[in-house]
Design a protein around this ligand. Structure first.
Ligand SMILES: [Zn+2]
Ligand SMILES: [Zn+2]
Length: 245
């Protein structure tokens, strides 16, 4: 259930006026999008290739939310790149998307999980980025007094996009439910690896929330799917269900 307040309504309207023309809500449509990550499923299967490949692995996130699709050569893709480089307009938009998706949908998470998150974490960059991760900068403000669980990158990392919980280090901790934030889901290997590392460290439930589900229009049926995403972005659509809940 969405949470309403004058401040959240103002934020929703800001997102609508700055992003709705080029962002596109992630869709949860059985048979059309992956039932785990809203990507493009293998023909005849409920999930995409990457999600199928990891299915049954220990520690995967219990549920996932996605705010918008993004793809290269479009303003959605440019926004996700520019925000990381500190582009003011893009940073403001991604910051607003994160704030609204977390604060207005806080109860949506509990509706599905049975509990609100009692801590949060973010998926760190595996590229050796220096300084504070841009998503963390936003999230530390948004999460307020909700405790943060530090996730470190291991000294040795193989294929950074693969599912490998050993890519991340989490100190032992006993928590019921962690909200795990990420800016861009490409194949999901990083978020799912962090989820598994959190669970191995003692976390019972993980809810993942990605700001953008990246699509590659050069692949298979993705191009017609992207071309068919005609509706403007609607901030009232829930990242976890695709409904107006
Ligand atoms: Zn998937
Ligand atoms: Zn919802």
């Amino acid at each position: 259930m969405v949470t309403r307040s004058p401040a959240l309504d103002a934020l929703r309207d800001l997102i609508g006026s700055t992003g709705s023309l080029f962002l596109r809500n992630a869709r949860w449509v059985p048979g059309v999008t992956c039932s785990i990550c809203t990507g493009i499923p293998n023909p005849g299967y409920p999930t995409c290739y990457r999600c199928a490949e990891r299915a049954g692995s220990a520690g995967l996130a219990d549920r996932l939310g996605f705010v918008t699709y993004a793809w290269p050569g479009a303003q959605s893709g440019q926004t996700m790149h520019a925000y990381k480089r500190g582009g003011a307009t893009s940073y403001q938009l991604v910051s607003s998307l994160l704030t609204y998706a977390v604060v207005a949908r806080w109860n949506c998470i509990a509706d599905r999980a049975g509990t609100h998150p009692d801590a949060w974490a973010y998926v760190p960059s595996l590229s050796g980025r220096q300084g504070t991760h841009p998503l963390a900068r936003v999230a530390f403000q948004v999460m307020g007094r909700v405790p943060h669980v530090p996730v470190r990158v291991s000294e040795t990392v193989g294929d950074p996009r693969s599912f490998n919980p050993a890519h991340f280090v989490v100190s032992p901790i006993s928590l019921r439910h962690v909200l795990l934030l990420e800016d861009t889901w490409v194949g999901g290997g990083r978020l799912q690896s962090v989820s598994a590392a959190l669970k191995a460290a003692g976390v019972h439930q993980v809810t993942g929330l990605s700001m953008a589900r990246w699509l590659d229009p050069n692949r298979g049926t993705t191009k017609p799917f992207v071309e068919g995403l005609g509706e403007n972005f609607d901030p009232n659509v829930c990242p976890y269900t695709g409904a107006h809940c």
